[in-house]
Ligand binder design. Sequence first.
Ligand code: ADP
Length: 702
Amino acid sequence: DPAVNGKRQHEGRRNPQTSIPVHLLKKRDELLVSRRTLPIWPHAQSIRDALRKTNILVLTGETGSGKSTQVPQFLLDESWCTKAIAVTQPRRVAAISLARRVAEEMGSFFGGQSPAAKVGYSVRFDNASGPNTKIKFLTEGMLLQEMLRDPDMNQYSAVIVDEVHERSVNVDLILGFLKNLASGVERTGKKRRTPLKIVVMSATADVEGLVQFFGQDQDQSAVPPAEEGLLKANSLISICFVEGRQYPVRTTYLPEASMDWVESALKLIFQIHYKEPLPGDVLVFLTGQDKIESLQKLVNDYAEGMDKDVPRLLVLPLFAALSQPAQQLIFQPTPHRARKVILATNIAETSVTVPGVRFVIDCGKSKIKQFRSKLGLESLLAKPISKSAAIQRRGRAGREGPGQCYRLYTEADYKTFEERTIPEILRCDLMQALLTMKARGVNNVLGFPFLDRPPRDALEKALFQLLRLGALEKIGAISDIGLKIAKLPVTPTLGRILIEAAKPERDCLLDVIDIIAALSTEDNIFFNIVSEERKEEAEAARHELYRREGDHMTFLATVQRYAEENSDRKAWCERHFVSHRAMQNIMNIRKQLRQQCQSLKLLNSAEATTTSTTPNVDAILACLLRGFVSNTARLMPDNSYRTFIGNYTVSIHPSSVMHGRKVKAEAIVFSEFLYTNKAYAKKVSAVQMNWVEDVVKEVWNV
Ligand code: ADP
């Protein structure tokens, strides 16, 4: 077939010098044209100069100015850059899509495609980088894990810490570690022969804070912020401002508060679509996947009824758990005579720049992690955003021309918003952060250089929790168990459960890995079914997987049945109303957890490849209890559940297989806690009262 041969020949044609296929080089040259128009482009030389003179650069520039994609490429050919450059991202979506983009811009292979790939990424449970990777995008969590294994970061010439304004806990930890490394406070392993170059990038202009942070305890005082576009440096820290390119955006508020903002958003989408000329895409900020999916369905339903001569609406969701191909769709040019409507979480606020947007609809809320210290539990809550987040969201409409922002709240509501988002470190469970610090040899955590210092009692509480898990010795140093937990890519609680399961008297690690893999995937195994008839059908089909002992054993049964299925796993999932994507994901996590347990000597290589036999339910539940000791509750005479610790009422979530049972278990353990209008235990197992009492006693005696 000449056509096929022609294609093959074309793909096979290579530039003799570099042996990169010609189509990659062509794409690279095309992209160079648009790269040259990015606001950061004229700053390339001053950024290079800054890092020749100093080791630390603080760089701010509006979202979309080209920081994440261009800065690593500017530095690649510098003489000091003999090793790789790390670029951290708060979200895995952004890490992967940036790596793909930068590979294209460089005309390079991508990630795992070829050992010659210069650009790669590393996110939890997915590493696409190798010895030839020169630019590596990684999530903050992965960089922290690497910092535990390679304390001096010998594989890197530079670390670029991106999206610092998001102020995740992990970014605060990274900044603290880097500061210690740069100022020589932290002495770990072998000393580096060449200094590590550090670039800190942010979309908002809190430069002073960052410069002060790195300048403290140094012999030079911090430099005052420079004028826009200018670059000033002292011997330690350089500063660079990239002026934004922002067109005016008109803001409209609701005249009165809306009870149902999904409906308000729906109305606005069609109002814009009928009234406003093309092109002009719409970006809607919503709180999470559930709201996105229900709005997506509504818009598509209404769009079916549109006249034939009305342009098409192309509805695209954007949230963290979305598959890669689906995420890439938002970067595709909008088809002719169509309008894109992107339904996003706050991921589109600064992390991912969506092209073509002229209209923004902002619900004014986002889901944030909130630690309820009285309960000792962390949950995700939809809360009002801050003014600075609302301004960022509005700004997304004015990147390519004048735009319009519709706020689904009143102006009076806006005035009640906080000025800026409270950093995560001040409102989350600090257990993981403290364990990472301890594992890195920070003994006095109270003296750690925090950008924002958490309250002392929050730190002490977290230390106490770690002590209870057995991750710390009584004197506060990290224990052997703690060191192992810190090296596992799961929360300390889940890590502790894995360690427990590896004990000879428990001997149920393979099963527990399956359960933890199921708990670690972001997709729902048993996805929500909207239509009533389908619901009944699904319940019947899923019934054989449901286990009396609760959700965890149900997950185990599902994973094991899926793993045994040798013919058509996809068809099996369809028959059982189980998400195939979730299951594929779980199998991948399970494989990696097995490998990691093997390298920590929790598993031997023979075991790591076996399939498990009949599960020992009692042992498995005992392991779960050892970790989730705070997430336990007992049945009260009035049929409600009260937590053992804190004595709070929790209800079993409707998604649990334990929901609505006539005969109630005397005690429960749960691995997820949800607070909406009331407190819910999600992912629940039945346990015996005396087991809980035993563990509670054990951990209380430490
Ligand atoms: P910043 O880091 O300053 O927010 P970026 O470097 O992320 O800016 O983005 C620069 C430009 O590259 C933007 O116009 C953005 O739309 C584009 N871009 C970034 N990632 C991708 C991608 N995966 N596919 C297509 N375009 C992208």
